[in-house]
Design a protein around this ligand. Sequence first.
Ligand SMILES: *[C@@H]1O[C@H](CO)[C@@H](O)[C@H](O)[C@H]1NC(C)=O
Ligand SMILES: *[C@@H]1O[C@H](CO)[C@@H](O)[C@H](O)[C@H]1NC(C)=O
Ligand SMILES: *[C@@H]1O[C@H](CO)[C@@H](O)[C@H](O)[C@H]1NC(C)=O
Ligand SMILES: *[C@@H]1O[C@H](CO)[C@@H](O)[C@H](O)[C@H]1NC(C)=O
Ligand SMILES: *[C@@H]1O[C@H](CO)[C@@H](O)[C@H](O)[C@H]1NC(C)=O
Ligand SMILES: *[C@@H]1O[C@H](CO)[C@@H](O)[C@H](O)[C@H]1NC(C)=O
Ligand SMILES: *[C@@H]1O[C@H](CO)[C@@H](O)[C@H](O)[C@H]1NC(C)=O
Length: 574
Amino acid sequence: MRVAVFTLLPLLQALQVDASAGIPVSTFAGATTSFIFPPPGQTITVPDPAFPDAAQVGFPGATPTGAEAAVIATAPSVAKFSNVFPLVNPDTASSPSSSHSKSSSASQPFDVLHNFGNLSPWKSISAASWVLDPVLVNSSPSVPGDCALDQVHLVHRHGARYPSLITGNLPGEFAADIHALAQSGNLSVSGPLAFLATWEYKLGAEILTPFGRSELFDLGVGFRVNYGDLLEGFTDQLPVWRTTSQERMVDSALHFAAGFFGVQTYQQSYHQLIQIEEPGFNSTLSPYYDCSNALNAIAEFGSEQALLWANVYLVDAVKRLQPFVNGLTLTPTILVSIQQLCAYETVALGYSAFCPLFTEDEWTGYSYFNDLSFWYSFGPGNPSVSAQGIGWAQELLSRLTETRITSFDTSVNATIALNETLFPFGLPIYVDATHDTIISAIVTAMNFTALAKEGPLPTDHIPDDHVYIVNNISPFASNLVAQVLTCPVPATPALDASGNSTHIRFILNDAVLPLTGLSGCPSDENGLCPLGTFKDALAARIGEVDYQFDCFANYTIPSPDLITNGQFPQQGKN
Ligand SMILES: *[C@@H]1O[C@H](CO)[C@@H](O)[C@H](O)[C@H]1NC(C)=O
Ligand SMILES: *[C@@H]1O[C@H](CO)[C@@H](O)[C@H](O)[C@H]1NC(C)=O
Ligand SMILES: *[C@@H]1O[C@H](CO)[C@@H](O)[C@H](O)[C@H]1NC(C)=O
Ligand SMILES: *[C@@H]1O[C@H](CO)[C@@H](O)[C@H](O)[C@H]1NC(C)=O
Ligand SMILES: *[C@@H]1O[C@H](CO)[C@@H](O)[C@H](O)[C@H]1NC(C)=O
Ligand SMILES: *[C@@H]1O[C@H](CO)[C@@H](O)[C@H](O)[C@H]1NC(C)=O
Ligand SMILES: *[C@@H]1O[C@H](CO)[C@@H](O)[C@H](O)[C@H]1NC(C)=O
């Protein structure tokens, strides 16, 4: 059986294969509940004379607005985000041995919620704790030294969602199996699995969970408090922020805007561009639909590699849990489904009885399972990935240089990128919403090679000083920020006399990224690269990525050892 373990793998061809193999992936197998609110017939008409709105009622009281916040520039440090309210952080099974990882220190309780890979809620990562480059150990998102902030570019993921159907719904399939067994009277469970006798699958699919809404609202509030004063640069036009047409993508963008502007005014405060996410349409925020090799077996490589690891890290769990269930033969694959169920139930329902079935080591193992899945399907180890990220990189370069893209042979949508209204230049704040697999593609495409420095990931153990951690790269509401700054150059106290921006740096979930993979960008303690150098390197990088070949050529994956930059190796082409 093929096991799809991704969040967002739009495997249209695979979906047909699965369907013909009898594996139901186009409905959420096993779901027993589909609650709809409001109840039928109870629609609200606006305006409703019985319930006049605030403008009709009047009497709002005083409404002075005060000045804008700008924490990123005014405070010596920024607040760390780690809010998971109202999710219950799960307990773990007690562990007799610790074979795959260092056990957590007593002062820092083990954090199950942040071992869910791409199903983790985002939290602030410090550059010091995530050792991408020791030079950055004291860096922070706060504007460095005497620099002035000119512009930010934010690309973020949607918030927590229900399982995706397109990818094959492992939790739903598990639920269907369990429900069938229970109904036929063939399931007998005890001990830690006793709850399965009455357990019901309650998850929806695809859309944001209530917690997912709060993640994006919080992200919007945080962005306002950190970067609000950049709004002063919008003198004669409004921001244009982009998302895609999927329900959770629109919902996420609106919650971000509601957090940023406030619910009474956000719809009058910015333009929301909704790019079509559907096969046959170009969008840099959902580029897989314009990249055949993102939709075929090449994209499933990570799933195969991750399963090799599941057969290592879940061996003990199979032995430990099998005595508590009759009628179902446990396998590592089934236990991966259960770990996913824990993650999904927690971010959707707030609590999951499945989580405490696993030890800390097994959660660390699951985290690494997701790292393998991403590395080989949506990261440096997959040959179609830089191509998928390069469209957004082209758009970034277009915004930075205020120059229109001239050649359209990637996922860029010319109708959008050439239009001054839809794709304006010179604005202080840009916000784009996308998916986990595209954030991972963007950081690969942009040659942020520090993320890939440990080389191809092994499938039989977790490397020491492991860096490619999906919890940190593509969690729910993951956010990659580019700060464009004017700094004293070269070492004089004065800012650039022309007032032009001089530097750029990138911050992923509050960790400053080294830009040393881009030719000419220096090793810098604040992650700064001179803007001109960066633009030249990004242009060169765009030239290195062969979109048409990597996305559309008919190839099989070469040896995994050959790929660490998300591209098909040059010497393998003929
Ligand atoms: C339950 O067990 C019976 C008898 O062994 C078998 O015929 C039936 O197929 C089983 N049902 C399921 C859902 O496994
Ligand atoms: C580009 O985007 C526009 C606006 O969403 C859409 O109408 C058009 O079909 C898109 N073009 C392609 C080739 O995807
Ligand atoms: C859509 O993408 C393809 C490349 O895959 C490109 O050839 C085409 O020009 C693009 N269309 C538009 C309208 O941007
Ligand atoms: C830009 O897009 C807007 C909205 O679709 C449209 O009205 C306008 O004609 C476009 N401009 C050009 C130059 O195509
Ligand atoms: C500043 O920017 C302007 C407009 O882009 C450009 O013409 C000028 O050369 C720049 N000055 C410096 C010193 O780079
Ligand atoms: C990207 O990184 C590779 C090393 O992986 C390097 O050879 C190449 O020159 C880099 N590209 C640019 C534009 O810096
Ligand atoms: C790709 O190449 C293989 C081997 O040459 C061939 O069997 C297959 O039909 C090709 N697939 C497509 C989509 O052209």
